[in-house]
Design a protein around this ligand. Structure first.
Ligand code: HEC
Ligand code: HEC
Ligand code: HEC
Length: 167
């Protein structure tokens, strides 16, 4: 796994308010929204860890946030309205449950209740998207199609140790 950890820089640009402002802030680790309505977006690698009350079975996951910006922000930040501060995934009431839910599936899909369990939420987002991309790529390379505008990422992790490297 590549480790380019350049920490959390603070960039703001994309989200423009009534009075567009570009400011550099150095408090990005604690604040994601400045008092003037600007939003800091962490760039480079984020490290996603299990919540503190959990004794993890696996190593934390490197997440190259900015390499995902070809995807819609709302794909992952699915409750974000584009203006308010971005909530973290484990915000209270979101995906903050740490106990494995009973009967998590209904017709082969995780129930809404089960998705409160942080692990299911992450796996369902991260791994599912990567799997879909891999499947699409495979279908494309297996086919005889010569469509030129189809480009797939070189590598998207789908195996356990690709995301949770051996400790
Ligand atoms: C695309 C990346 C990705 C893949 C692939 C992946 N995981 Fe995860 N997993 C995560 C993320 C992100 C979390 C939440 C952060 C954390 O707890 O480490 C997580 C959480 C977990 C947790 C709960 C925390 C812990 O360490 O106990 C377990 C267990 C786990 N994964 C096991 C697996 C296993 C087993 C596989 C393979 C079958 C796997 N993961 C594949 C990204 C991934
Ligand atoms: C592939 C999923 C994904 C995409 C796409 C994505 N993000 Fe994120 N983003 C995350 C994850 C995961 C975190 C870490 C959240 C956490 O700590 O719980 C994060 C963190 C953030 C944070 C910091 C939140 C905080 O308070 O710590 C901001 C702000 C943010 N993203 C903005 C954006 C914007 C703007 C876009 C679109 C340009 C975007 N993100 C695209 C997954 C994504
Ligand atoms: C909506 C689709 C989507 C989601 C959701 C998503 N990814 Fe990705 N991921 C991608 C794409 C596309 C790439 C390739 C980007 C590139 O090559 O620049 C990628 C690349 C990566 C890489 C880099 C692999 C390498 O070989 O360097 C890692 C690590 C990664 N994702 C982890 C995650 C984790 C962890 C999550 C969940 C927090 C996540 N991704 C969620 C689409 C997604």
């Amino acid at each position: 796994m590549r480790r380019i950890s350049i920490g959390i820089l603070c960039l703001m640009a994309i989200i423009m308010y009534s009075s567009p402002l570009v400011v550099a802030q150095d408090d990005s680790k604690t604040k994601s929204q400045g008092s003037d309505g600007t939003i800091c977006i962490p760039m480079g690698n984020l490290t996603i860890k299990a919540p503190e009350s959990v004794t993890p079975l696996r190593t934390p996951v490197d997440f190259p946030h900015s390499r995902h910006f070809s995807q819609s922000c709302m794909k992952c930040h699915h409750t974000w309205d584009g203006n308010s501060p971005v909530k973290t995934c484990t915000t209270s009431g979101c995906h903050d449950q740490v106990d494995v839910p009973k009967n998590p599936l209904k017709e082969g899909m995780f129930t809404k209740e089960a998705m409160k369990y942080y692990k299911y939420a992450y796996h369902n987002q991260c791994r599912e998207c990567h799997r879909n991309l891999k499947n699409q790529k495979k279908r494309f390379t297996d086919s005889t199609s010569t469509t030129a505008d189809t480009s797939f990422p070189e590598s998207v992790p789908t195996g356990c140790v690709e995301c949770h490297p051996k400790g």
